[in-house]
Design a protein around this ligand. Structure first.
Ligand code: SF4
Length: 324
């Protein structure tokens, strides 16, 4: 039996290489064998973007455009919009009623919010995020969620919520498991976490010129004093990017030449530009040819398909719990 895999992305800004490396590339592999549910998590986006819903609406289209450009295939995976399927929220409301607040307190995202309060995230929508996540997963009978190690405890909370639901109502929904993915950490061009709100991103649709301009801003080994002195690639952001985008042979060459004072940083950045261009330019070119209408058609068609399945699943749930 195929694994049922559920994964969503919050449309909160421009689609960038952090999303591509961390999520989308993984989806391309998962769609080959799994029954995949990839969704625009616009309710989740609202927890941080509730002041400007136009941001979400614009990003919704751009995210789908980026997914399609990168190769996510609507014939292999369901692509849909979370907020257009009301049964997800109905199920979430049921789950909210049986979830003790202490479980939401355990969410690493909420803990982080309480330690470093952010005005826009200080709301009950964000606090109860794990409950909606449990509904997202279980309403399609998802049994796997691709996550990095830092997200495992979110899936644990979802699992506990569904286990409690099953036990109490005598239902048999699959308890979701994490599907651990090895995600290369791609820092932003300033070395911090890549994020649109910080403005340190490389977009998925950069031109060759704008891409190289951003690569040229990456910090190199600060202690290296000119091409005539050896550098240390381990202290260099350009090398971090090389390890992600360049072939193994080139990575080794850069490492040796840098340490042997045989490669200048300008040339090294140009080599990185070539590596990144060969992977990213075909995506960027495709990105720019996909219209809003095309994105909307894919999203509407995918949502209609998933909504049918979800409606059936919801009917089964409320019949079983005798709440119809
Ligand atoms: S040569 Fe390359 S790896 Fe070495 S310090 Fe310069 S940019 Fe970094």
């Amino acid at each position: 039996m195929k694994e049922i895999i559920v994964s969503g992305m919050r449309p909160t800004g421009a689609l960038h290489l952090g999303h591509y490396m961390g999520v989308i590339k993984n989806w391309l592999e998962l769609q080959k064998n799994g029954e995949c549910y990839f969704f625009v998590a616009d309710w989740h986006a609202m927890t941080s973007c509730w002041k400007d819903l136009d941001v979400i609406k614009k990003a919704r289209m751009d995210y789908v455009r980026g997914w399609l450009a990168a190769g996510v295939d609507p014939h292999k995976a369901f692509i849909y919009n979370q907020s257009w399927i009301p049964e997800i929220l109905k199920f979430s409301q049921m789950l909210l009623c049986l979830t003790p607040p202490g479980w939401a307190d355990r969410s690493p995202s909420w803990k982080d919010q309480t330690l470093n309060p952010k005005k826009d995230l200080d709301n009950l929508g964000f606090y109860t995020y794990p409950v909606l996540q449990a509904a997202d997963i279980s309403i399609v009978h998802g049994n796997f969620v691709p996550v990095g190690e830092d997200q495992v405890s979110h899936i644990e909370i979802s699992r506990e919520i569904i286990r409690k639901f099953n036990r109490f109502y005598n239902t048999n929904l699959p308890e979701p498991l994490e599907k651990l993915t090895k995600v290369p950490r791609l820092p932003g061009i300033d070395g911090n976490k890549m994020s649109s709100s910080i403005g340190n991103v490389i977009l998925l649709n950069e031109t060759e010129k704008s891409l190289q301009k951003k690569i040229n801003k990456l910090k190199t080994d600060e202690l290296r004093n000119g091409i005539e002195n050896p550098g240390n690639p381990d202290n260099c952001l350009v090398f971090t990017y090389h390890k992600i985008f360049s072939a193994g042979k080139m990575v080794q060459e850069v490492n040796d030449a840098c340490r042997g004072a045989k490669l200048g940083c300008g040339e090294c950045k140009q080599m990185l530009g070539n590596s990144m261009q060969s992977e990213l330019m075909p995506i960027a070119q495709k990105f720019n040819t996909i219209s809003d209408k095309e994105c909307m058609d894919v999203l509407v068609e995918g949502t209609n398909k998933v909504a049918k399945k979800i409606k059936n699943n919801w009917e089964e749930i409320i019949t079983k719990v005798k709440f119809n």
